[in-house]
Design a binder for this molecule. Sequence first.
Ligand code: CUA
Length: 189
Amino acid sequence: MAEISATAKLPPSGDKHVAERLWVIFVTGIIVLLVAVVVYTSVHLGFHPPSQVETIDSTALHTGGEFTEANLGTVIAPDGSAVVRVVAQQYAFVPNCIVVPAGKPVTIRVASADVVHGFIVQGTNVNAMVVPGYITTVHTTFQDPGERLMPCHEFCGVGHQAMWAHVRIVEASRFPTGADKQKAVNCAS
Ligand code: CUA
């Protein structure tokens, strides 16, 4: 019995060491590759998670501040870029039709009035969660005029499947100019 247990405790043969070393090199190589991809895409291609941490009182969006009703919709800056403010609530986006200029930088700012929602603009890389208590900010540029759907993609209750908005991308020249520029517009304006 003593001889058998001594045999079982023999160290692995040289071949096994080589195999283990190859696996360590292989796995380390995968980790190095993945880190390199993250660094390359964030530094050279500008891919970043929407991670600006801005907090807001979700229970008081309508009573004052950035997300009051008059501020919702699209405002054009002097340089032609746009800022869109949207409230996500059970079970609609307000406004439910968002109008943006084609070919100009667009910043979308969304706050939830109740629970966690999400939004994705069909055919683009705009895709984010809206967490109550925080402002979600996404920067993008819509190239071609047209109409796109923007559904909520986080289950938010019994009406979730009916929660979506339209994004209408129009020529930048069709936006208000002069004194009206600072007035928030939506598809009905
Ligand atoms: Cu809002 Cu699902």
